[in-house]
Design a protein around this ligand. Sequence first.
Ligand code: ATP
Length: 236
Amino acid sequence: MTALLEVRGLSAHYGVIHALQGVDLDVGGEQVVALFGRNGVGKTTLVSAVMGMLRPTSGSVRFDGRELAGAPPHVIARAGIGLVPQGRRVFAALTVEENLGIAARAAAGDRAWTRERVYDLLPRLADRRRNRGHQLSGGEQQMLAIGRALLGNPRLLLLDEPSDGLAPRIVDDIVEVLAELRAEGIPALLVEQNLGMALRLADVVAIMTKGQIVYRATAAEFRADPETARTLLGVA
Ligand code: ATP
């Protein structure tokens, strides 16, 4: 079976730093793939290279059979990959409504996701629609980043540390939303430092060390193997 997203031999550099050193990764089906790794191993770089924000130096990024390595971000977004970036990156001076409006305009073609549908999924955003980005809590900003990605009608979501800096109660809300999206059949690559959070969603676990994926297993296999978590991630 070919996966929706197939990354093969992906390499990327920052000047002389070889940040991705031949990454192989599949995401597809209705799966959530959790990507773990210590700080600085290249997780965000992988997300950037898949999204076209960093040009890979070699390798392949196939999405639904189409080669996208080296394509610019807007082409990759229109092909159906939605990004919820690290640090949320909402427009601080614009309202929720305006942030979503920009995302809706940027998306092309027939659309299943509308602002109203985003507000149905994320009612907190509907309450805050006239508030500006800088007036939102971290959790609300995260919801906005998710809503913005959905307006691009993604067939796959890349989420870079969505739980970062959020209180446990808010993390629960994020997990609930992501579980709903999975139930709708949107697979996801979930980069997380919060293993507990990610394992509530993940079907598959992949681990990066120094620019490569060195481990892939079902979430159940990963849970049953604490030695791997200890050795590769340094968690007890
Ligand atoms: P974290 O969990 O801390 O977000 P990460 O696994 O996402 O870490 P990356 O941010 O992808 O790791 O970084 C991978 C390597 O590339 C690190 O050595 C980092 O210092 C380096 N790096 C990342 N971004 C840049 C950049 N813009 N310029 C130069 N080097 C960079």
